[in-house]
Design a protein around this ligand. Structure first.
Ligand SMILES: *[C@@H]1O[C@H](CO)[C@@H](O)[C@H](O)[C@H]1NC(C)=O
Ligand SMILES: *[C@@H]1O[C@H](CO)[C@@H](O)[C@H](O)[C@H]1NC(C)=O
Ligand SMILES: *[C@@H]1O[C@H](CO)[C@@H](O)[C@H](O)[C@H]1NC(C)=O
Ligand SMILES: *[C@@H]1O[C@H](CO)[C@@H](O)[C@H](O)[C@H]1NC(C)=O
Ligand SMILES: *[C@@H]1O[C@H](CO)[C@@H](O)[C@H](O)[C@H]1NC(C)=O
Ligand SMILES: *[C@@H]1O[C@H](CO)[C@@H](O)[C@H](O)[C@H]1NC(C)=O
Ligand SMILES: *[C@@H]1O[C@H](CO)[C@@H](O)[C@H](O)[C@H]1NC(C)=O
Ligand SMILES: *[C@@H]1O[C@H](CO)[C@@H](O)[C@H](O)[C@H]1NC(C)=O
Ligand SMILES: *[C@@H]1O[C@H](CO)[C@@H](O)[C@H](O)[C@H]1NC(C)=O
Length: 346
């Protein structure tokens, strides 16, 4: 009881003191002033952020040009770039925004075909398997330099559309050092705003048949003494598909699960980047798949063309020499559905 009385007394005596209303007012005034300054600061900060997000200055030919980013929310701007190549000028397209992408894929998963489809778009350049060259992937600095070169539009080959393109990238096979340096590369993707297209194949047994047949043709050179991984006519496709590989049933299941593990690991490593997961089977079967990719890359959607012809178009049972053994091996395992997969012809 006593304590309470004393407290209320103290409070009362403080309030009733003669000097305190003045002091209180001063304190209040100070607080209000500080609040005002703070609000002003916030507004200032917000306007600068907004200006940065809608207008970006670029220097071309000594003059500063401002490029306006249209229709994009502030958290989209990290994905929008205005590269200024050193070796040439983007001319009237200097302010055409460019998005960066990479296709992460594995051997015989339709990535070559997919790239020809992308490159049939007037605003997309996909530069192929640039990391098949050993020096470019021999260490992380070499890798990052190569990436910089592609994304600054300095990379030149037949797929380069340079001036007016709005999406630039390449395909990167998961066995080409990317899994070794995944941490640094994921940081690079996030920092540069590189969008990732995972391109996988659902039916890993078909993938394996294609890998083995392609390896065989490297030696056999069935098409008039030349080795071809991709073909443009049905006749050529039939010649290549006439070879039926024999699968080693001892290593079959370990091989399938190894491929699966690499797919899962790559998703784990690069899922922090903006990404889309695409399956070869869906590109063949689903007319929306290619539109989805174009929307993902923010390019005008159009119908994409490729001259490539599917090689192994027959049912699997006609494409594997030891089909009976293979089915016995896979039946009752998690991979059984690969056997039943319906035949599809593009
Ligand atoms: C961006 O630049 C355009 C053209 O230069 C100009 O009209 C517009 O007001 C600028 N926007 C901002 C937010 O500065
Ligand atoms: C910002 O990005 C997140 C995640 O990509 C998205 O869900 C959200 O809609 C975006 N915000 C705006 C304003 O676009
Ligand atoms: C696409 O490329 C064409 C031809 O170069 C160009 O006229 C057009 O402005 C580009 N469109 C976009 C959205 O980049
Ligand atoms: C990285 O690899 C490139 C090309 O093989 C080589 O020239 C360079 O010296 C290497 N750099 C380092 C730091 O090892
Ligand atoms: C790119 O290479 C082509 C030939 O492949 C050549 O005609 C063109 O001038 C080159 N462009 C640049 C900017 O180097
Ligand atoms: C092989 O060469 C002959 C003669 O040049 C040509 O007629 C034939 O079409 C070629 N076959 C294939 C599979 O390329
Ligand atoms: C499994 O992989 C090993 C090494 O990659 C290969 O030599 C072997 O032929 C593969 N087995 C089958 C059934 O393809
Ligand atoms: C099949 O694979 C097993 C395990 O990898 C290997 O020991 C064996 O030699 C292979 N058999 C043939 C015929 O290649
Ligand atoms: C293709 O689509 C049809 C129906 O939408 C489906 O039954 C079939 O299994 C699909 N084929 C593949 C290879 O995904």
């Amino acid at each position: 009881m006593r304590g309470i009385t004393m407290d209320s007394e103290n409070a009362f005596s403080f309030k009733s003191s003669k000097r305190s209303p003045f002091m209180l007012r001063m304190v209040l005034l100070f607080v209000v002033m500080m609040f005002g300054v703070y609000i002003g600061f916030l507004c200032l900060k917000q306007t600068t952020v907004q200006m940065e997000s809608t207008n970006r200055s670029i220097v071309s030919g000594g003059a500063v040009t401002r490029c306006e980013i249209l229709n994009s929310s502030p958290n989209e701007t990290i994905f929008v770039h205005f590269p200024q190549p050193k070796t040439y000028s983007r001319g009237e397209c200097a302010c055409t925004p460019v998005r960066f992408f990479v296709i992460l894929s594995m051997q015989r998963s339709g990535s070559g075909w997919f790239e020809t489809l992308l490159n049939s778009h007037p605003n997309i350049s996909s530069h192929g398997e640039i990391f098949s060259v050993k020096q470019r992937k021999s260490n992380i600095s070499s890798i990052l330099m190569t990436l910089d070169s592609v994304y600054s539009l300095e990379w030149n080959n037949s797929a380069a559309k340079n001036e007016c393109l709005s999406a630039v990238g390449f395909k990167w096979m998961l066995n080409q050092a990317i899994m070794v340096y995944h941490r640094q590369i994921a940081n690079y993707f996030n920092w540069k705003g590189v969008s990732v297209i995972f391109l996988f194949r659902r039916n890993l047994l078909r993938k394996l048949v294609s890998v083995l047949a392609n390896a065989y043709d490297k030696e056999a050179k069935q098409l008039n003494g030349t080795h071809k991984s991709h073909v443009h006519t049905k006749e050529e496709a039939e010649v290549l598909a006439s070879f039926k590989p024999t699968l080693n049933t001892t290593s079959l299941i370990p091989n399938l699960s190894q491929v699966e593990r690499i797919m899962v690991d790559s998703l784990q490593h690069f899922k922090s980047a903006r990404h889309i997961i695409l399956y070869y089977e869906d590109i063949i079967n689903n007319s929306r798949a290619l539109s989805n990719v174009q929307e993902f890359l923010k390019v005008p959607v159009r119908s994409l063309q490729s001259r490539q012809v599917k090689i192994h178009a027959r049912p699997l049972s006609e494409q594997i020499e030891n089909w009976a053994d293979v089915s016995t091996t896979l039946r009752g395992t998690q991979y059984e559905h690969f056997l039943n997969h319906r035949n599809y012809i593009p």
